[in-house]
Ligand binder design. Structure first.
Ligand code: H53
Length: 817
């Protein structure tokens, strides 16, 4: 147990906080107030460790990682914190003595949802692993006033509700006004001559004050508490009452508004960039504040800025934080007066870039007009980086204009952020082996040929502490009973479970636990959706952001097909199935939202058709988020990972399902490839085109979905049901756009861009294999146990150790109290 925790002290602290914050005794308190009081008590427990950790970092003058990310999808902190200082049983007792249930109290916490999906959740898992492994690291991001919207389903449609996560205050954060930093936008650059040198000064700008809020990131059982630092924006000069000068007044109002709008809301797009000016403001806002602060902190106890990179490393989480490259250059050139060469040396030894996607619509490109107007000095620096880089290209490939066209940073009226990130750093990594190979051989081929030494792979991972220990207590206890508890910090040890895979008693125990978890999810579904589902049916689950490349549409088309089979033959011999979906669509993504409506319309028809004897149920779980994800993974039998091969860079949900003993139904895409490699193809259900085949079709053509439509009666029947009102009798045209997307060539897009009809037959075959396999309970249990036992590679602890070894070169720190 962590040294900071004592049961009696904790109880006193809860009572004390209840009195001080709410002026109440425990028996008068609401659950929400109890949650707050407990959260403050938890903060009391960790505060000394938090201080001690940073003292130790200072004392040892450690190298520090700054993980720069627009998104941190943390999920609830309370339960996870309690687990981290190994006090769960004690806290549970204390609360029971006070007449409360820990689970119910945990449920009071809003899910801090400062992220969209995989990228933001990966950042959260990384922070957990960094703290648990004892590495000095800051997460740096934005304190959005509104996080990811809450999703309601009304009449089958997604409705977005603002996520006012701060409305009751957030007990875990601490405002650090002493580190507030000015960030400047707009204006123009003036050149001043000073001792024979040119200096560049930004004038006529607007500025905001960035104010950091720190949240603790608690290592598991090791006294280490790291920091997630998220920046809020404030106006610099608030109104002065005696200022009747109209100009000043106007300016003050503008600054107030700028500050308010910058951090107002998280853009709800995942894997898609909208090119909005406000988004670029957000990027520069948190990057400028973070980089300025990092430099200042370093100079507080070092005197040579030239060695900055020895003690600091910036990891750019996708292209979103790429302005860190020119911002660090700016500080070194303008504030520290370094030469270009000196500044470039430091910058390129400090920055490293992670690529998370090859989807072209996710690649950030900013119009020069916008970029230079908003960030005039930064734009000058980018131009100079580009000029020097183009020179280098011409030296290496004389006369090859094609190389310049493809690799330039500023080209065709646009600033290309990926190119800037690659050139401005010392490392470029993909997030799964296949993804990195595609980067090297296709998407970033020219860069790879020019600078192969920068490229490396870091297959993603997830934290077992949240997604097994916290999310699945029953399985977690079972695993510990079998093999001891060191899997909590050393997941590869979970492989010792493999010897139990053949043991009938263990198989039974495992299936009982799965069953209880399915009952728990069924209860959640009944409470939240009003739908009754049978925990004895196969729970077949696809939960992730809604995106065409993830092919939720293929899943529901297959459900429509199955339903047709059942209507033709109500005695069809099949294991009852519950198809579970959960997905948020970006608010402006029309086809994705229509797909949600389709899933709900199909659910409506099927769930109310008594003639099929309940053999299929379809459930769309509202508001998929970290907290209900934990319940969903624990209950899944089948994990749907069915993206068009080559499109899903890694996937991380796939790993969470595996860890909880679900079998993967998937394409050979992203990290699925490595999952299958670990568990064996015989313990997964693989189907569909390979990434090479997809890439070849994309390059050479030769795929015609109409041919499939014409030759495959079952597929044709399903597609016709999209436009004959079968699932939308009030409005037969409702799903026309989806039908068109599969069959008609529109604008520049090829019909069926994501090869849904092409893969549908082999997907159906794989689904049949699942139906057969599930009938053999012993086989299924064995395969499920082997999935858990083979999940060791996919801990984010392993991922972090690889980043440390190959990119960050951090030293582990011990914190004694
Ligand atoms: O990042 C995950 C991957 C996943 C990928 C996702 C992602 C976003 O969530 C947002 C933007 C982006 O470029 C990529 O789609 O495959 O697992 C973490 O690496």
């Amino acid at each position: 147990m962590s040294m900071g925790f004592d049961k009696e002290t904790f109880k006193k602290s809860v009572l004390f906080n209840m009195k001080n914050v709410f002026r109440k005794t425990v028996d008068e308190a609401t659950k929400e107030q109890m949650y707050q009081a407990v959260a403050y008590a938890v903060k009391d427990v960790i505060i000394d460790e938090w201080i001690a950790t940073h003292k130790e970092y200072e004392k040892q003058d450690v190298k520090t990682l700054y993980y720069l990310s627009m998104e941190f999808l943390m999920g609830r902190a309370l339960g996870n914190s309690i687990i981290s200082f190994m006090a769960q049983p004690d806290v549970k007792d204390v609360l029971e003595e006070l007449g409360f249930d820990l689970n119910a109290i945990e449920d009071q916490e809003p899910d801090p949802a400062l992220g969209n999906g995989g990228l933001g959740r990966l950042a959260a898992c990384f922070l957990d692993s960094l703290a648990t492994l004892g590495y000095p690291a800051y997460g740096c991001g934005i304190r959005y006033r509104y996080g990811m919207f809450k999703q309601k389903i009304e009449n089958g449609y997604q409705v977005e509700i603002p996520d006012d996560w701060l409305k009751n205050g957030y007990p875990f954060e601490i405002r650090r006004a002493e580190y507030a930093t000015e960030v400047k936008f707009g204006g123009y650059v003036k050149v001043v001559r000073e001792n024979g040198r040119e200096r560049f000064v930004q004038e006529g700008y607007q500025s905001v004050l960035a104010v950091p809020y720190d949240m603790p990131i608690i290592g598991y059982g090791n006294n280490v508490v790291n920091t997630l630092r998220i920046w809020d924006a404030q106006a610099i000069n608030t109104f002065s009452l005696d200022s009747f000068d109209k100009g000043d007044y106007q300016k003050a109002v503008e600054q107030e508004n700028l500050a308010k709008t910058i951090v107002e809301v998280l853009y709800p797009n995942d894997n898609h960039y909208a090119g909005k000016e406000l988004r670029l403001k957000q990027q520069y806002f948190f990057i400028s504040a973070s980089v300025q602060r990092a430099v200042k902190k370093y100079m507080e106890n070092h005197d040579d800025i030239h060695k900055f990179y020895e003690k600091n490393v910036f990891q750019l989480n996708d292209t979103h934080p790429t302005v860190a490259v020119p911002e660090l250059m700016r500080i070194l050139l303008d504030d520290y007066g370094l030469s270009w060469e000196e500044a470039w040396e430091i910058t390129t030894r400090t920055c490293a870039y992670t690529n998370h996607t090859i989807m072209s619509e996710a690649l950030e490109k900013w119009p020069i007009e916008l970029f230079s107007r908003l960030l005039p000095r930064i734009y000058q620096i980018v131009e100079e980086i580009n000029r020097r880089f183009q020179l280098k290209i011409s030296q290496m490939y004389p006369g090859n204009q094609d190389k310049v066209r493809k690799m330039a940073i500023v080209y065709d009226g646009q600033v290309r952020m990926a190119n800037l990130a690659i050139v401005g750093g010392f490392s470029v990594n993909g997030v799964a082996r296949l993804h990195t190979e595609i980067l090297k051989n296709q998407e970033l081929k020219d860069f790879y040929e020019m600078m192969p030494e920068k490229f490396n792979n870091k297959t993603n991972g997830i934290t077992q502490r949240r997604f097994l220990l916290h999310g699945n207590p029953l399985l977690s206890e079972w695993v510990t009973k079998k093999i001891g508890n060191d899997w909590i910090t050393n997941l590869p040890h979970i492989h010792r479970l493999a010897v139990y895979a053949d043991d009938p008693k263990c198989q039974q125990e495992f299936m009982d636990i799965k069953y209880q978890n399915k009952v728990r999810l069924a209860r959640y579904i009944k409470e939240h959706n009003g739908i009754e589902v049978d925990p004895r049916s196969i729970f077949d689950v696809q939960v992730k952001r809604l995106h065409e490349y993830k092919r939720q549409l293929m899943n529901i088309l297959h459900v429509m097909y199955l339903y047709n089979q059942l209507k033709d033959n109500p005695n069809l011999d099949m294991v009852p199935r519950t198809f579970i979906f959960g997905a948020k669509a970006a608010a402006g993504y029309r086809r994705a939202k229509l797909t949600i409506k389709l899933i709900n319309s199909v659910a409506e028809v099927i769930n109310n058709d008594r003639s099929i004897g309940g053999k299929i149920k379809v459930v769309f779980i509202e508001d998929y988020k970290v907290s209900n994800a934990e319940i969903i993974f624990a209950a899944a039998d089948v994990s749907e990972q069915i993206s068009t091969a080559s499109k899903e860079a890694s996937g991380t949900g796939n790993m969470k399902f595996m860890l909880n003993g679900a079998l993967t139904l998937g394409t050979m895409d992203g990290a699925n490839v490595e999952i299958v490699e670990e568990v064996g193809a015989e313990n997964a259900f693989i189907f569909g085109l390979s990434s090479d085949e997809v890439i070849r079709y994309e390059r050479d053509g030769g795929y015609d979905p109409m041919e499939i439509f014409n030759n495959n009666y079952e597929i044709r029947r399903v597609l016709m049901q999209l436009i004959n009102g079968y699932y939308s009798p009030q409005d037969p045209e409702l799903f026309r756009d989806i039908y068109n997307s599969l069959l008609n060539t529109m604008s520049s897009d090829r019909a069926d861009t994501y090869f849904i009809l092409k893969d549908l037959p082999s997907y159906g075959e794989a689904q049949k294999r699942i139906d057969q396999a599930y009938r053999d309970e012993s086989w299924w249990a064995k395969a499920a146990i082997l999935n858990v036992a083979s999940s060791g590679k996919f801990t984010s602890d392993r991922t972090i150790l690889e980043y440390v070894r190959d990119i960050w070169h951090l030293e582990k720190v011990n914190v004694e109290l």
